[in-house]
Structures are given as C-alpha cells and as structure tokens.
Design a protein around this ligand. Structure first.
Ligand code: AMP
Length: 343
C-alpha cells in the first residue's frame, strides 16, 4: 500500500468502537464489517461512517466484501483471530495493519513459546505429557479461546478428568487438543504496548487485568461452602480492570517489550509493528512470568478510550490504542512509509 488509505476498517466486535472512534479523531473515514445481528448496536455510534453488513464475519474472505474494502486498512483484533485460520488471515486481500504473519505465531502454541523464548522472557514450564505433571498446572485449549475451558490439574488423574469433561461438552476432540503449563502463583497483569517502526520507539500505553468468571468470584464463597460444593473454576473473560504498576517495575516492562520486538524482527519479518500485549503473572518477588502474548490490539485497551495513566505521560491528546494506530497510519502515509506498518 502506497497512498493514504481511504478508510480505517475493522470487524464489529472486540474493540471496534475504540478503533473506529480513534480513527475518526485522527480524521479518517471509518468502515465497519458488521454482522446483521449487531447492526442495531453499532448504529448508535455516529463516528461509524459506513457498514458492510454480512451474515458472518467469514464473508470477509469473499471477493465481494474484499472489493468493498479496497483502499482501506483493516485493523485485526481477537475476533478475526478466533474466527479465521492463519491461512485465511494471510490470504485476505486488503492491507492489514501490523504484521499479518505474526498472527500465526500467536495462534500456534509451539510457535508462541518459541518466540517468547527467543525474546528471553521468563515463561511457565510447558509440560509435555500428562505423566510429567508434578505440581499445580493450568490446562489450556489451542487458539484465542478467551480462557474458556481452561482448568487446573495437579496429577495425571485430575488432567484426565478435566479432559473427559471438555470432550463431553464437545469443546475438544481429545487430550491432543490440550496444552499443559506450569501454574504461576501471583497476580495477573496485561502489558499493552505499541511499537512504531517510524519513530523506532516502544510505548507502554496501558496495563490491565482481566475479570474472569468464575475464578474471580470464588473468593466470595467461604472455604467451607467451596469444599462442599465442588466443581471446577473457569477462566472466561467477561471484562477488564485497570491497573497501574509500581513505578519501579516499569523499566523491566520496557525492556521486556523491546526484547520482544527484536525477537519478532529476527523470527518473523517485518517484526512487531503496532499494538501487542505481554500477558503474565507477577510473583511475590515482583518478577514477571509471561504466559501468553497477543500480537495485535487486545480488548483490555478498551479501558483507555480517554487515555491511560501511561499514555498521558507521552501524549497531550487522550490517546487510546485505537487512536494511536490511526495516528501511525497518518504519520506513515505522510512520510511515504506505509509499507513498514501494513502487510
Ligand atoms: P489466557 O487466555 O491465556 O490469557 O489466560 C486466561 C487466564 O488464565 C489468565 O488471565 C490467568 O488468570 C490464567 N493463566 C493463564 N496461564 C497461566 C499460568 N501459566 N499461570 C497462572 N495463571 C495462568
């Protein structure tokens, strides 16, 4: 892509409101690919200029929709990743903001682990076989499931029981669909970054934690009743809670983000332009263990439409992640450098 995009487009879900509001604030025309059932919701917002109405988001792969997107930059988010395969995303005709090839590294657990290790990040120990489980582990499903179906296991038997339950619920075909990881004790934190290849600067724009059902509600049930009721906790994300970190942790936060960008440049060109998130747990020593990354905008940035305690240190305008993306498109197109931020 060479010329200034005619519009900024995204799918109607996840963080679409923030992305399109930010695009409008930066002077772009906005375009929403919207499922019929959600039109009434998105019609409420005047900053959405146009909609491409579809029955299902998968129609974005069809020629008709791709033609309507001509000239626009598409901002990828969690819904695109969860509804389409990596091959399909890579095959989309329209220019995609950021590195479309790194999305495969986000979707595939083994590639994900490789990139985090290349970045020198401390990660939970992967457990290769259910027979190697020794100590508390978290069992995950492949893909961006938003924590759905995750469960805790502490030995082979508890792993098998959980797998059986998920298979019964048709969430997995079998144990091969599961990924076992050491469970890290501490508090979760999601570090929201933006890397600009144009300025070569990494920005921390926000931090959040997720509000997960029902694990975050379990503390409201006294121990005796918990023990008597039994049942497995789940990790389904229902929202996000803002977080500010101790200032003494920030230097390390920047260093981790920078190592991640350098590792991405080495493993999957052109690297990590745009928004990304390192997701992990701070332990009692204040050490961060990264259990996941998202190589695109995360929904936790929806907290900061008016800016965050961190973006306020860098910008005078209220700078959401969505607006930061649009500003990068604006600056890069003025400088003739769109090819560095769009793939
Ligand atoms: P995810 O979908 O991978 O972001 O994880 C959903 C939730 O599971 C996180 O917010 C954490 O509460 C929890 N979690 C995931 N991995 C780990 C881990 N290795 N140790 C402790 N908690 C974890």
């Amino acid at each position: 892509m060479k010329a200034r995009p005619t519009a900024i487009a995204t799918l109607g879900s996840h963080c679409a409101l923030q992305v399109l509001k930010g695009a409008k604030d930066e002077g772009f025309k906005t375009l929403l690919v919207c499922e019929k059932r959600r039109v009434s919701l998105y019609k409420r917002f005047s900053f959405i200029d146009d909609m491409i109405i579809v029955d299902s988001f998968r129609e974005i792969l069809e020629k008709g929709v791709q033609k309507k997107l001509a000239g626009a930059v598409v901002i990828p988010h969690g819904t695109l990743i969860s509804q389409m395969s990596s091959d399909e995303i890579e095959g989309i005709d329209a220019p995609i903001f950021g590195n479309r090839w790194i999305l495969r590294w986000e979707a595939d657990r083994e590639m994900k682990q490789r990139l985090m290790e290349e970045a020198g990040l401390k990660t939970p120990m992967p457990v290769k076989s259910k027979h190697d489980i020794a100590g508390l582990c978290i069992v995950k499903l492949h893909g961006a499931a938003g924590g759905r179906g995750y469960y805790l296991a502490w030995d082979c038997k508890s792993f098998e029981e959980g797998a059986k339950r998920l298979a019964g619920q048709k969430m997995i075909k079998g144990e091969q669909d599961l990924y076992i990881q050491e469970f890290i004790r501490g508090v979760p934190a999601y570090l929201q970054y933006f890397y600009s290849p144009v300025t070569k600067a990494l920005e921390l724009l926000g931090v959040d934690r997720r509000y997960e059902s029902d694990i975050d509600g379990i503390g409201r049930i006294p121990a005796r009743q918990q023990m008597a009721a039994g049942g497995e906790p789940s990790y389904t994300v229902v929202g996000n809670i803002p977080l500010v970190l101790r200032e003494s942790l920030l230097d390390e936060v920047y260093k981790m983000g920078e190592s991640f960008c350098r590792a991405a440049e080495r493993l999957v060109k052109p690297g990590m332009p745009g928004p990304f998130c390192l997701e992990g747990v701070y332990d009692s020593e204040g050490k961060f263990t990264t259990f996941e990354f998202s190589a695109r905008i995360v929904a936790g940035t929806n907290l900061y439409i008016e800016g965050s305690p961190y973006s306020g240190l860098l910008y005078d305008d209220p700078m959401s992640m969505g607006r930061r993306i649009a500003r990068e498109v604006k600056i890069a197109s003025k400088k003739g450098r769109l090819a560095e931020i769009v793939t």
